[in-house]
Write a protein that binds this ligand. Structure first.
Ligand code: ZN
Length: 342
């Protein structure tokens, strides 16, 4: 009799545990996906490398932490990318260039960190290139997510200096151009606009796109800093070089007045938005003077123009070299979610 009662109690506890577990799983599954793409593999951290370059290599993690902390999003609600495949990379890059990334010297030059050329290539490939391959996979996945939700934000990517047969400016893989290929091949998108509002000229995607009339490039950049790539400026359809220390009013006037005209004229079916925060007034490399509020307004204007015209938009984070970059980006993404995520 005593044994029977014990068995009954065990069965009841097991059943209730099973039901609780099933319910938890069900609840998680039922939680709505948010159109943000993130992987913990995006973050770069090894041997103090994050101190050798002003770029905040853990920005994705900080933004993810801010949003999950404030809104209680679970990790299952984010879209999780796969590594970009060799086949996908070869859609844009030459085999010769990809092979050159087996050498520490080449990696160190592109990353602008001479000191790391003494490290074995396998370490650099695993700790530095792999996170960027995940981020490139995130940009590729972002095309599907943006088409499904109307917009998507990859919490990394935007490597706009990478060219077909070379890398530069901390950019190894031309994720924007690979996404363009995918939009055309998988989604049959005919016309794409790249809005590049990072402080630096997007010479990588410009050099790959060249005279392709189905891609329209809108680029606002500081003309007084790197890369000043004269050869490829001819491929920018809407070219807005601006001067050092440009402030909110002048900067935002260009976006407010010129972007609607450009969209109306080129009628894109999809927008890739490169949203570098290195236009911030405290940024070491961007050398512009746009405030935090100015950056949030800028992103909002781009989203408003895309969403009101029913054009799917994929935002990529690109550059950002001030200590406040992660915080500003997180707040801007929060603003976009509040206004546009239904
Ligand atoms: Zn930049």
């Amino acid at each position: 009799m005593k044994i029977n009662i014990t068995i009954k109690v065990i069965i009841i506890i097991s059943l209730s545990l099973f039901i609780t577990c099933s319910n938890n799983k069900k609840n998680i599954k039922e939680l709505k996906k948010i159109p943000l793409i993130y992987s913990k593999n995006y973050n770069i951290k090894f041997l103090g490398i994050q101190k050798l370059h002003p770029f905040d290599t853990e920005r994705p993690k900080k933004i993810h932490k801010y949003l999950t902390g404030k809104y209680g999003f679970t990790k299952e609600q984010f879209y999780k990318p796969e590594l970009v495949t060799q086949e996908e990379l070869l859609k844009v890059h030459t085999q010769k260039y990809l092979r050159s990334l087996n050498h520490s010297k080449v990696i160190a030059e592109i990353a602008e960190m001479p000191a790391i050329k003494y490290l074995p290539a396998f370490v650099l490939k695993n700790k530095l290139l792999k996170p960027m391959k995940y981020a490139t996979g995130g940009t590729i996945l972002g095309t599907d997510v943006a088409i499904e939700h109307g917009f998507a934000i990859n919490l990394s990517g935007g490597y706009h200096h990478a060219k077909a047969n070379s890398g530069e400016g901390f950019c190894f893989f031309a994720d924007i151009n690979i996404a363009v290929k995918k939009l055309k091949e998988k989604h049959n998108i005919k016309s794409i606009m790249i809005i590049d509002l990072d402080a630096h000229q997007g010479n990588g995607h410009e050099s790959i796109i060249k005279n392709d009339t189905t891609i329209h490039i809108f680029d606002v950049y500081n003309k007084d800093i790197y890369p000043d790539d004269e050869d490829v400026k001819q491929y920018i359809d809407y070219n807005f070089p601006i001067s050092k220390n440009t402030k909110d009013a002048d900067y935002l006037t260009i976006i407010k007045e010129e972007l609607p005209k450009a969209i109306k004229e080129s009628k894109p079916d999809f927008i890739i938005y490169n949203a570098g925060t290195d236009i911030f007034k405290g940024d070491l490399l961007g050398m512009l003077s746009v405030s935090e509020e100015g950056i949030i307004s800028r992103d909002e204007i781009v989203f408003k123009n895309a969403i009101e015209n029913k054009i799917p938009v994929l935002m990529l984070l690109s550059g950002g070299y001030s200590k406040k970059s992660a915080d500003i980006t997180a707040k801007s993404i929060e603003n976009i979610l509040i206004k546009h995520f239904k």
